[in-house]
Ligand binder design. Sequence first.
Ligand code: IP8
Length: 263
Amino acid sequence: MIIVKVGGSVFSDKKGEPENFDHETVRNIAKEIAKFYPRENFIVVHGGGSFGHPEAKKYGIRDGLPEDWETANFRRIGFTETHQAMLRANSEFIKAFVREGLPAFSVSTSSVFITENGEVAYGDLEVVERLLELGFIPVLFGDVSIDLAKGIDILSGDQIITYLAKMLEPDKVIFLMDVDGIYDGKPGEGGLIQSLSRAEIGSLLERLHCTAAGTDVTGGICNKLEEAKKIAEHSEVWFVNGKVPGRLSGAIRGDGFGTRIKG
Ligand code: IP8
């Protein structure tokens, strides 16, 4: 089984118009998965990109539900609006996959996971596992979440991946990004790392100045590497460019261009 994470910046321009969607890229991703399905089972998780994040920010979802009824209700409306925005992105994914003959089935993250301060506290994977057994491709997404500490919060696609990988132990986890993989420095400055062992991640994090406080100078890569370190305990991890046709296929086959992390 292979888990594919489609980063928000792969299918959407975060700095562009709200809810812009790169149909061509997602069609290509679906076509590549269709070359391997049903020999391989897949779970797909996508991020927000230009979907969901503007609403989450506008309504202050990460600040949770306060005592004050008016503010709390403003946030409750925002919780719904943010989820609906993510459903619109998800719907485009499902349509693109179905067009390629892939039985992609939408699974709302907020109906499966409960968080505590934004971290997964509880996840019920029964439906996801049954869908896989029945030959479906479950498609989850970064979403709002019911939160034990704050009332409501956001659960990012990357955290969903870590949880799914821990529980389901897939053969591979493939992160699709808008760059060619992990660089030893900022993309364009440091060289692309094509192969990395789990043990080498710690020193790379230091070289990239990823601090314990999570300061991230390289565009989310510190967090991704931290997650990859956990996942690589049981699965092979790939970081490849999701905008370049063929790269996903290469990672699925195991001879692709990008960064491969082995345990
Ligand atoms: O792009 C965020 O998911 P991410 C989802 O994976 C929302 O961090 C609701 C903003």
